[in-house]
Design a protein around this ligand. Structure first.
Ligand SMILES: Nc1nc2c(ncn2[C@@H]2O[C@H](COP(=O)(O)OP(=O)(O)O)[C@@H](O)[C@H]2O)c(=O)[nH]1
Ligand SMILES: Nc1ncnc2c1ncn2[C@@H]1O[C@H](COP(=O)(O)OP(=O)(O)O)[C@@H](O)[C@H]1O
Length: 204
């Protein structure tokens, strides 16, 4: 796998705060890790809980990590227009953001964060162009490969497939308003929270 150039950090605000921030980025860059860190350390951020057809993993709770749905339940939600966006991610499972939960949080003045994939980010951009779009980038291509391999949750074949997708996702970085490099989880989380107009406190 040949190395590809990764984008540099760019967090200078270029548009008005909208209350909705979309975080996307390539596989294994640390989207889940940064989101979990934010959920645990920044209660002022309202982290959207997605619906998914994938199986719950040990320790995952309904309504905290995801709303777990059967394929039929997911179909009904799609048919009823309940999704702000949804996509098939990594070829198998469907994931989507429920319109009602996001709208309710926005109406209450919450700072909403959606951690979704690139296909979903593009759909939100169509529906809510005023939202803030943040791309989470790896410090380097080699580090992204190390994180994917180090996580050890995919077969070698699946890792290869995800890295091919990651190249396309990295090429889409210019579609985003801001870029945060996930070099250090607490620093990247603080940069994101700062961008969302909230006070990033320092955790020792
Ligand atoms: N489009 C979209 N993607 C989502 C949503 N929720 C999660 N994802 C993406 O789905 C992918 C898989 O997430 P997850 O099931 O946690 O698996 P893991 O990232 O492989 O541990 C990640 O790329 C997430 O960004 C959503 O509501 N919509
Ligand atoms: N800033 C970081 N430095 C080093 N390792 C990281 C960092 N952020 C995440 N990781 C590790 O990289 C791997 C992929 O992170 P994960 O959150 O699962 O990625 P994603 O949700 O984007 O697929 C995990 O093993 C995680 O512990």
């Amino acid at each position: 796998m040949s190395a590809v150039d990764v984008p540099k950090e760019s967090v200078k605000r270029t548009k008005a705060l909208s209350g909705v921030t979309v975080l996307a980025g390539p596989t294994a860059v640390g989207k889940g890790t940064v989101s979990t860190f934010i959920r645990d350390n920044y209660p002022d951020v309202w982290l959207s809980v997605s619906a998914t057809t994938r199986q719950a993993r040990p320790g995952e709770q309904e309504g905290v990590h995801y709303f777990f749905k059967s394929a039929d339940e997911f179909d009904s939600l799609v048919a009823e227009g309940e999704f702000l966006e949804w996509a098939v991610v990594h070829g198998i499972n469907r994931y989507g953001t429920l319109r009602s939960t996001v709208n309710a949080a926005v109406a209450q003045g919450k700072s909403v964060l959606l951690e979704i994939d690139l296909q979903g980010a593009r759909q939100v951009k169509e529906a809510m162009p005023e939202a803030d779009f943040v791309f989470l980038a790896p410090p380097s291509w080699d580090e992204l490969v190390r994180r994917l391999v180090g996580r050890g949750t995919e077969s070698a074949e699946e890792q290869h497939r995800r890295l091919e997708t990651a190249k396309l996702e990295i090429a889409a970085a210019p579609e985003f308003d801001y870029i945060i490099v996930n070099d250090d989880v607490s620093r990247a989380a603080a940069a994101l929270v700062d961008l969302m107009g909230l006070t990033p406190h320092h955790i020792v």
